[in-house]
Write a protein that binds this ligand. Sequence first.
Ligand code: IVH
Length: 679
Amino acid sequence: MGATGRDTATRIAALRAAIERHNHRYYVLDDPEITDASYDSLMRELQELEAAHPELASADSPTRRVGSAPAGAFFPVRHRVPMLSLQNAFTEEELGDFDERIRRLLDSEAPLPFVLEPKLDGLAVEAVYVEGRFASGSTRGDGVTGEEIGANLRTVRSLPLRLRPDGPLTPPAYLEVRGEVIMRTRDFARLNREREEAGAPPFANPRNAAAGALRQLDPRVSASRPLAIVCYGIGDCPGFAPASETETLEALRSWGLPVVPLVERAVGIAAAAAYYRRLDAGRDELPFEIDGVVVKVDDIASQERLGSVSRSPRWAVAVKFPPRSARTTLRAVEFSVGRTGVVTPVAIMAPVRIGGVEVERATLHNEDEIRRKDIRVGDTVIVTRAGDVIPAVQEVVPSLRTGSELPIVFPPRCPSCRALINREAGQAAWRCTSLACPARLRETIRHFASRRALDIEGLGEKLIDQLVDRGLVNSVADLYRLTTEDLLPLERLAEKSAGKLIAAIGRSRSTSLSRLIYALGIPHVGEQVARVLAAHAGTFEALASAGEDELTGLRGVGPEIAASVTAFFRQPENRRIVAALRENGVHAAPETADPSAGSAPLGGRSFVFTGVMNSLTREQAQALVTRAGGRSLSSVSRATSYVVVGSDPGAKALQAEKLGVPRLTESEFLALLKQKGVS
Ligand code: IVH
């Protein structure tokens, strides 16, 4: 290998190590050091180098999380150590029985030390590391034999491809780590919303969504689903003999694995009961679904003395929370039209309280779901609510039928514009066929103007209704042709507020590329994907002409998303709207991590500082920014590029969040300066 070859190998190794470290900070520690754009630029550089030097490829490169070819099927794997399940308890009393039982068996008067963990509602898996490298993975299956899903597990970003070599404990030569693959509630809600918009059947809960993603034969599809993993145990690991569960969790942490959150160690069953109550009360606030807590005896010697019965250990118990569902009656069904024209059936029910929240409307998803569950108007139904997800009708109670229940019939015409509705073969959704449907248009504009999209202040639902009903706005581009005079005849709009709205629309003309992409409402493209697409394409034109292959494999972008983006830009109607936006002055600042773009390193960027920084004073930071051609301002506005947040930040940090201005930590700010070559 020549000198250049060696340099390339060194650079590739450095990039791989840096990306792994950033993955760990981002997915495991929740404390990213660099912006998404810088991360993407590292990844892109690595992809390009690996493509140019196939001889330097490696199976555990972070670029290999995605893109491997579909497997034919999953083959069975026998677990070296069976994957046990847990006995359940449903009340605090049953938890007390568990404690008494094990103390009797251990002949112990004294309160026992326990490890307390949330019981995450996902799919149990095992990941195998050989010589510190991710080697394979399997599902739990029946506990004895599971299915090999290594290619899919590899796409789960919080799972390291290499164990951390420089933690307090050296990684073992062979490790089977066990954990739960989950989908966070917000990601789940977004996925289902996008599936509904795209006419695909929704998942019933985050667990099914996670399981569905892991069992995809095409790993690129798994890669596009927002999965996470949390680890709670070890299968086989020769030479590792921890004295307690706590030590096991410590070791997993030290090796860089994401450990189940909210773990506590406590002595005595009363503390376990208190933990159970605390997590139940706070469950809505958690970013993932939990269905109970797991109480484990901490001491491994005691665990061994207790042993197992049938398929579950005697030393642990899952204490389940009361289900978050309730019984009520279905009074009527309404149909609502979304921005891609999907007509969604909505259940109107007798109001009922579920987990402290009154529920009256629930989604019925689509026609297939209604048929599958055989739901009729007048039925007694079970409604569930999971985290902050929209309530859904889970099932009916057929034994309570009186015979007067009526089948649910989809209307032949759009409830909004009376155009025919149509259901294509292979699609679950009925859609309004009119591109001019006011309901679709209203939803499109609402999304376009929303805070995280182009953030047009003052353009609320009532106003949008009027603009659409009066024919003043027929596409999002028409917003930019509005004048104060157009608005004055509208209800409840005085001259001053009309002027303000026109000004707000005007301000939205200059925006970031990622916001503009998100604002278009391309099916399957949420904010995160929009950011990835923006960082990749750099300009709007480049994205509009990108091919499916080019997009597939970007962080979080699978074939479904890639197809949706290219299909969007192929449609003549969408091309017209995009062109009209441009003609009316809407422009996106190119998003690129390339420091050579623009003459001054921070040219065109503005910074607001709040709080105290550790490594430099406010004045020093401001001087660095101005010297590099950036501006340092004292107050936050929507036009601010970044708010740098130190410790003890003031109201500016909150304001940044409210206005959707990106916030940087001190280390992110320093990383940005470094990346731009500012010192
Ligand atoms: S420990 C022998 N800890 O619950 C102990 N399991 O019914 C085996 N689960 O298959 C599991 N969160 O899928 C454990 N913190 C946690 C858990 C957990 C969820 C699941 C796991 C397991 C099932 C047992």
